[in-house]
Design a protein around this ligand. Structure first.
Ligand code: HAM
Length: 446
């Protein structure tokens, strides 16, 4: 038997319904935030990630899926979404669009050759946003608020936003020099990777997985101590704006992020769910003002985040949150002979086109078997076709719960079902039961 590759998943059945629910919620909310959907290729030129994600990041040095295509080009399966989106922004000259900033979102698979474990996969799905063309701290706060609001809407309660600032170029340089000076005398006590990182990118030492518990790393200088006045003032604004949006957060100087492109704001959101294990970071991101230039585009500020959908679904399961996914169907159409079957087919199409979840019989079961199948599928209504009734344009409709049945005119079915089946409301955008602003009564104008 051929099995799926390590670190990949088949998503089907009940789990697939959860994924679809979350995806729909994301699309709905992104529409309200007026972010435009963008789809970029799953593979790109290898060079994009070397320049975009960074030569010294773990992702590029150890985790990419690289291949040479049949035209001898070096290609890489995307390990993340930002580099591709920024490439697209530049290539498609989106900087020329007068409606700056450009607010984009994506939802797709990424590939990282990691050691698989629960919540850490080789094929992973990320939902993310990238905003290009504004350095207003309001964008930082808005971008952080999006995953938080999505997690809240899904019902997650135990989430924690950790935020930090790496500062502008000058602050980052001062910090880098301080780190090199601090680590140099201790470098022989750290792992080989860290030794290599000291000159290339000492920031990476701070999120080394091997030396994470080493006191030398724990006591290292923090970015905040090296922020210049401008960077400090900017960070304070982000913090204030988050407060204004009601997004709880904690300044955590340990957050430096594993990709090379960040400056100023960086953040990670953790699920503080018991039993979640070490892969509890649901999402993260930050500002990357120099990235467009790095990729040969015009200087453009950028800010974004990405959230792993697999980890999010896992967090929902750990918090025992039941999503209101539709488990039942609206109608099961029953028939016995060929003439009834033709009518059943036609009727099923009509009902589906009018928005009802409709099933019929595909295996030639007898009526008894069809009743059983309708029960298995939890059908709310049964439509029983029979040749005699069809001559009179009549059909029997049965409520599968109360078992009450009545004969109705075929032309009346859609009205009947419209009246009797409540449309399922999937998400509530807004604060349930609470007025949007304090002191304002939502019902006043009704
Ligand atoms: P990242 O922190 O590498 O950032 O990934 C973001 C999220 O993707 C993580 O917090 C996690 O939920 C999920 N994730 C990452 N790797 C795996 C994995 N192996 N298995 C399962 N889930 C995983 C980025 O990718 C940046 N592009 C985010 C960003 C966008 N920054 C600015 N704009």
């Amino acid at each position: 038997m051929i099995t799926k590759p390590k670190g990949c998943h088949d998503i089907y059945g009940e789990e697939a319904k959860k994924w679809q629910y979350v995806n729909k919620l994301i699309d709905t909310l992104m529409e309200k935030y007026n972010y435009q959907y963008i789809r970029t290729p799953i593979f790109e030129a290898t060079e994009l990630f070397h320049r975009g994600v960074g030569e010294s990041s773990d992702i590029v040095t150890k985790e990419t899926y690289d291949f040479i295509d049949r035209g001898d080009r070096k290609m890489t399966l995307r390990p993340e979404g930002t580099a591709g989106v920024v490439r697209s922004y530049i290539e498609n000259k989106m900087y020329g669009d007068p409606t700056q900033p450009i607010k984009l979102y994506y939802n797709g698979t990424m590939y990282r050759y990691e050691r698989p474990q629960s919540g850490r996969d080789r094929e992973l799905t990320q939902f993310g946003v990238e905003v290009l063309g504004s350095d207003d701290p309001l964008i930082d706060a808005e971008v952080i608020s999006i995953p938080v609001n999505i997690y809240k809407m899904l019902g997650l309660k135990q989430i924690k936003v950790n935020i930090n600032s790496l500062g502008d170029k000058a602050s980052r340089k001062a910090y880098r020099d301080a780190l090199v000076a601090y680590f140099k005398p201790h470098i022989h006590e750290l792992c080989d990777d860290c030794k290599a990182r000291l000159e290339k990118n000492p920031l990476r030492i701070l999120d080394c997985k091997v030396d994470a518990e080493n006191e030398i790393i724990k006591n290292a200088p923090t970015t905040i101590e090296y922020l210049n006045e401008e960077s400090k003032a900017r960070f304070e604004k982000v913090i204030n704006y988050l407060g204004a949006l009601g997004i709880e957060h904690e300044v955590n100087p340990k957050i430096v992020r594993g990709l090379d492109y960040y400056c100023h704001t960086v953040f990670e959101i953790e699920a503080k769910v018991e039993g979640f294990g070490s892969q509890n970071v649901l999402g993260g991101g930050g500002r990357y003002d120099g990235l467009t230039e790095e990729l040969d585009g015009p200087s453009t500020p950028g800010m974004g985040f990405a959230s792993g959908l697999g980890r999010l679904i896992l967090a929902l399961e750990k918090e025992e949150i039941k999503l209101p996914v539709q488990e039942d169907i609206d109608v099961f159409i029953m028939y016995v002979n060929e003439e009834e079957k033709l009518n059943a087919m036609y009727l099923a199409q009509e009902l589906r086109m009018n928005g009802f979840v409709t099933e019929t019989e595909y295996l030639g079961r007898g009526l008894k078997g069809q009743f059983k199948q309708a029960d298995r599928l939890q059908s709310k209504y049964l439509l029983l076709l029979n040749s005699e009734d069809l001559k009179e344009n009549i059909v029997t409709i049965k409520n599968n719960k109360t078992k009450e049945e009545e004969k109705i005119d075929l032309d009346y079915i859609i009205y009947y079902l419209d009246e009797h089946i409540e449309e399922e409301e999937h998400f509530h955008i807004g604060h349930e039961g609470e007025p949007l602003y304090e002191g304002e009564d939502e019902d006043e104008d009704d």
